[in-house]
Design a protein around this ligand. Structure first.
Ligand SMILES: Nc1ncnc2c1ncn2[C@@H]1O[C@H](COP(=O)(O)OP(=O)(O)OP(=O)(O)O)[C@@H](O)[C@H]1O
Ligand SMILES: [Mg+2]
Length: 281
């Protein structure tokens, strides 16, 4: 196993920085997220235009604390754009997006949003391929101490236990000492989710998590995400309807940048408007 010194030497500065931006692992203190009214996320009347084209059109939706929400809808419906707005990557033309009662995400930087407790999983995992599963989780866990200070860390017993718990959650205990670059496509996705979890985000945004996965990997991912709900709020965007059916509680259907329908899977599947624009394809 590589020593931490070796890790430090082989880690590229920009790569570490990318990871820190995507996970919020820079040293900004987290405020309390006030969820006393139920929702953790209030998206209200959001509009986003690209050259006159309305990618989000008066989008309003609420996510409850601890909820697992599925978001579906045709290509171009605005699902990814919505995540871009929530993470500060895209500024809306108008509207608000509150995280808890008091944090308006539309006025925060990407850094501030990530460090306030919103983690986003990208399709291309931001893992460190040359390091083991354990090391990846270790680095993710310790980066909140600041970029270079984090590389001087020594794990406490408590942190080791926590990493072991995360490895169990993401089903990678056997791969503890495997280099991340050698994992299967699905395992890499789980590792990235694990790296996000070590940051203990309150809200996790996951865009098309099962694309390219085997049937068995999809089943594990369903278990993983449903297991995370409760402790975290989880928003999942996905086109794979078998997967959505296997995890769905409440489903929101986006169409042309707007909420077309919302409800449980039965209601959604039988909604003629949803069948017309999406499920009937
Ligand atoms: N940066 C951008 N510049 C111009 N147009 C954009 C930009 N980002 C998104 N769009 C457009 O906005 C619309 C919504 O795109 P978005 O990626 O949010 O859809 P989506 O629901 O995620 O679709 P998919 O299911 O295909 O991922 C599309 O028509 C897309 O081409
Ligand atoms: Mg998309």
């Amino acid at each position: 196993m590589k020593t931490l010194d070796q890790i430090k030497q082989t880690m590229r500065r920009d790569r570490v920085f990318d990871f820190m931006v995507s996970t919020g692992t820079h040293p900004v203190h987290r405020g309390e997220i006030d969820t006393s009214h139920g929702p953790i996320l209030y998206v209200e009347n959001i509009n986003v235009s690209f050259d006159g084209f309305k990618a989000l059109n008066d989008l309003t939706l609420y996510i409850d604390d601890g909820e697992l929400r599925c978001i579906i809808g045709p290509n171009g419906a605005g699902k990814t754009t919505m995540m871009d707005v929530l993470t500060g990557k895209t500024r809306p033309d108008s509207g608000t997006a509150y995280f808890g009662q008091s944090m308006d995400l539309t006025r925060m930087t990407e850094h501030e949003i990530a460090s306030s407790g919103i983690g986003r999983k990208f399709q291309k995992p931001t893992i460190f391929p040359e390091h083991t599963v354990f090391e990846n989780l270790e680095l993710a866990m310790n980066m909140d101490k600041g970029v270079w200070a984090s590389l001087q860390f020594k794990l406490t017993g408590e942190q080791k236990t926590r990493i072991e718990e995360v490895m169990q959650t993401i089903n990678l205990v056997q791969q503890c000492h495997t280099a991340a670059g050698r994992l299967s496509h699905g395992q890499k996705q789980w590792l990235e989710i694990g790296m996000l979890i070590t940051q203990e985000p309150r809200l996790l945004l996951v865009d098309e998590p099962v694309a390219g996965m085997t049937h068995q990997e999809i089943e594990h991912t369903a278990e993983l995400l449903t297991g995370l709900a409760g402790k975290h709020s989880v928003v999942v965007v996905e086109h794979d309807m078998d997967f959505i059916r296997s995890i769905a509680k409440k489903v929101t259907v986006l169409h042309e940048g707007h909420v077309l329908a919302e409800g449980d899977m039965d209601t959604i599947q039988n909604d003629p408007r949803v069948i017309e624009v999406y499920l009937g394809e």
